[in-house]
Design a protein around this ligand. Structure first.
Ligand SMILES: [Zn+2]
Length: 410
């Protein structure tokens, strides 16, 4: 059933209906120390849809300073697949959009400089926005020019005044994080050169629904984009959606290209994706109702599997203390009594507990010492990379537990 509208759409002010309730959740990237559990922040994670512009969005907003603080732990460079993806993106932007002398590239949420270092190494003018101080420092060490700040209309105007217009504004897994998207788009329109482009890639609602990837829903992902909803949001700020490209990273993303209205002819891919979304019903309410039923079934099956393994005396761990996994563990009620520990390569998470569920986080070396009987693959978006790296686990008789798109043991 559709819950009553809980608030206005953050894009257009239209009525938002809640489609899925994932319950009380912690900040997905806040890993408490074992002795320091009293101060954990919780909010209610609900997914809503705007009846007017179709934008799918969270019904409660977490203040950005709580999420993207100085010791925000996510590092884009830790995955070799993602390093290759961003190096390729940098080269492509250099070859296509940053060709004029004095070209200028801005990145929002540049993290540790994984993309911009390619632009910097080519000697092209650039600026990364990164509000998290520690990770911004890592980008500087890569030779990247960084402003430790949030990108919005006001800061965009400051950059325009000091550096001039931008040929490219790029953002990966950042735009969907920003509830104040209207201000970001107005800032982009202001900062972009007349022929410039805003290029951004984020998880795609069509893939989330198709794979029942409900763990893509967490505090940092405020919006769940489609070509329809991005086109509608862009139009409100004087921008056109001129290209889309499906990307296989992070469980299925789309790269959207926006330009000043009327400056570029949209590629055929835009019309193709809009048609596909209509045909599949991705932008309607029905698809979200089906998704909510699928999510509830995944929870029932995953909890039943883990309980039965525990009753049989099997050892169960997990792999990848991802932001995604906070949604799974807290929505399904999976604590250390069902998953003994989780291994993760991020030093800042090791020795701490997972948000809300309080599963101990250990370094990857602990995974083989000894291997558990079963391991829940929380970092399923890096499954190929992890399964290839951990061949010893399967060789020792270990089995991976997957839950996207369905619960199964491999
Ligand atoms: Zn709306």
């Amino acid at each position: 059933m559709t819950a009553p509208a809980v608030s206005g759409c953050r894009i257009c002010g239209g009525p938002v209906s809640e489609m899925l309730d994932l319950g009380r959740q912690p900040l997905s990237d806040a890993f408490p120390r074992p002795a320091d559990l009293a101060g954990e922040f919780f909010y209610r994670l609900g997914l809503g849809r705007c009846a007017d512009c179709t934008m799918v969005q969270l019904v409660q907003e977490v203040p950005r300073e709580r999420m993207f603080h100085s010791d925000y732990p996510y590092r884009s460079s830790l995955s070799s697949v993602m390093r290759a993806h961003f190096t390729g993106t940098g080269r492509e932007l250099l070859a296509t959009e940053l060709t004029r002398p004095g070209a200028f590239c801005v990145e929002l949420g540049c993290n540790d400089g994984v993309m911009l270092r390619t632009v910097a190494a080519a000697g092209v003018r650039h600026l990364g926005f990164e509000p998290s101080a520690e990770v911004a420092e890592l980008a500087r060490q890569q030779g990247v020019r960084v402003r430790t700040d949030f990108f919005e209309e006001e800061t965009a105007a400051e950059v325009h005044a000091t550096d001039g217009p931008a040929d490219v504004i790029y953002a990966a897994n950042t735009i969907c994080h920003l509830p104040y998207l209207d201000s970001v788009l107005r800032g982009a329109r202001l900062l972009l050169a007349p022929g410039g482009v805003l290029v951004f890639e984020d998880p795609y609602l069509g893939d989330i629904l198709a794979r029942t990837a409900f763990d893509q829903i967490y505090d940092e992902h405020f919006y769940y984009f489609t070509a329809h909803s991005v086109r509608a949001a862009a139009a409100r700020s004087g921008l056109d959606l001129v290209d889309v490209r499906r990307l296989p990273v992070h469980g299925g993303e789309v790269r959207y290209t926006l330009a000043h209205a009327g400056r570029r002819t949209p590629s055929p891919a835009v019309a193709d994706l809009l048609r596909e979304e209509r045909d599949r019903g991705v932008t309607g309410e029905e698809a979200l109702h089906r998704f909510a039923a699928d999510v509830a079934r995944t929870r029932t099956e995953l909890v039943a599997l883990l309980r039965s393994l525990r009753e049989e005396g099997r050892t169960v761990a997990a792999y990848g203390a991802t932001a995604k996994s906070a949604t799974v563990t807290n929505y399904c009620g999976l604590g250390p009594e069902l998953i003994s520990y989780v291994c993760d390569s991020t030093p800042a998470k090791q020795g701490r507990l997972t948000p809300g569920a309080h599963i101990p986080v250990r370094p990857p070396a602990a995974f083989a010492d000894p291997y558990p009987d079963y391991a829940v693959l929380f970092a399923w978006n890096h499954a190929d990379e992890i399964v290839a790296k951990e061949t010893g686990f399967r060789a020792a008789g270990g089995r991976w537990i997957h839950y996207v798109p369905t619960v199964r043991v491999r």
